[in-house]
Design a protein around this ligand. Structure first.
Ligand SMILES: [Zn+2]
Length: 313
């Protein structure tokens, strides 16, 4: 039986990006206000400990282990009142909890490593990286939303960390996810890549920008491409998405069909922006480019957009 709506491939491209391997059963319908305390009291609870953008990792025989038992977490000055319940694994509840101890005071066997390095260096498995994306985003949101944005009073965490409630005015506040459009503009022969001013040496990537209120994904892709590169787009096609916990974005990856060729790069945003032919891009992906130009690393959604285009011939 065939139904045109579902003619898309079964292997969703989103499964292959970094941070996409989250296997936690969120059980979002069962989030009581005491969910964190209850979960912490279970012997099977597993915790991720975080401090100022860093994940604490136990060093076990040359491998990094991001999971702590509740009893094991005590020396790290965990703030349970600021912890969140991510959900449940096969083994039991999973939490993300801020740790108070400064990284310099950690024992030899525990390292505090910033989220970006954990992800770039592949220090933890895909399922744990997915849990990190969920926990890091939630803890970052709570850390910057301690006060009610309606009346200014201190607000309180509720529902296992999925809501903040203001006791003064009664308003409920919910965690944010900020959508970012990232797009590869491409024809059969060539694609458009840009170099941001903060990029590492030789790196070129797909253009990207925040989706604004009142905008469709497609409209944001067209606007950003026109603003950053002076290229007008025809068709825009969704490809894949990626949770991006810096601090709580969702990258939405698309392909765009260019209607003109002459680039007018916004040099405030970009250091360079130009067309690249397929063979050159392939060499950038494979790290064999004669001028040492490179594409973003494997986990990045930009890498997957570029790879999918290169492989489309
Ligand atoms: Zn309020």
């Amino acid at each position: 039986m065939s139904f045109r709506l579902f003619d898309a491939p079964l292997r969703e491209p989103s499964q292959f990006v970094g941070f996409a391997g989250n296997k936690i059963d969120r059980q979002s319908e069962n989030r009581a206000d005491d969910a964190v305390e209850k979960a912490f009291a279970e012997r099977s609870a597993r915790l991720m400990l975080m401090h100022a953008g860093r994940l604490y990792l136990k060093l076990n025989g040359g491998k990094f282990d991001p999971w702590f038992e509740a009893a094991e977490s005590q020396p790290f000055e965990v703030s349970l009142d600021r912890g969140v319940l991510l959900g449940f694994s096969e083994n039991g509840p999973v939490l993300a909890v801020p740790a108070g101890i400064e990284p310099e005071k950690l024992p030899e066997t525990v390292k505090a490593i910033d989220y970006r390095s954990v992800y770039m260096q592949g220090l933890i498995d895909e399922a744990a990286a997915g849990a990190l994306a969920q926990g890091a985003a939630l803890l970052a949101w709570h850390a910057s939303h301690a006060f009610c944005s309606k009346c200014g009073s201190p607000s309180e965490m509720r529902a296992g960390g999925y809501r903040r409630h203001c006791p003064a005015c009664g308003t409920d506040h919910f965690p944010r996810t900020d959508p970012v459009a990232i797009m590869l503009t491409a024809t059969r022969e060539k694609c458009l890549l840009g170099r941001g001013r903060h990029f590492g040496p030789g790196m070129y990537s797909a253009l990207a920008g925040f989706i604004e209120p009142g905008e469709t994904i497609e409209a944001a892709v067209r606007r950003e491409t026109l603003e950053e590169a002076g290229i007008r787009l025809g068709r825009v096609v969704y490809h894949a998405s990626q949770p991006w916990p810096f601090p709580y974005s969702l990258m939405i990856g698309c392909f765009g069909e260019p209607l003109n060729e002459d680039i007018q790069a916004d040099l405030n945003e970009l250091e360079d922006c130009r067309w690249f032919f397929r063979d050159e891009v392939r060499s950038m992906l494979e790290r064999t480019h004669p001028g040492d130009l490179i594409t973003p690393p494997k986990g990045a959604i930009a890498h997957h957009l570029i790879r999918a285009w290169v492989d489309s011939e």
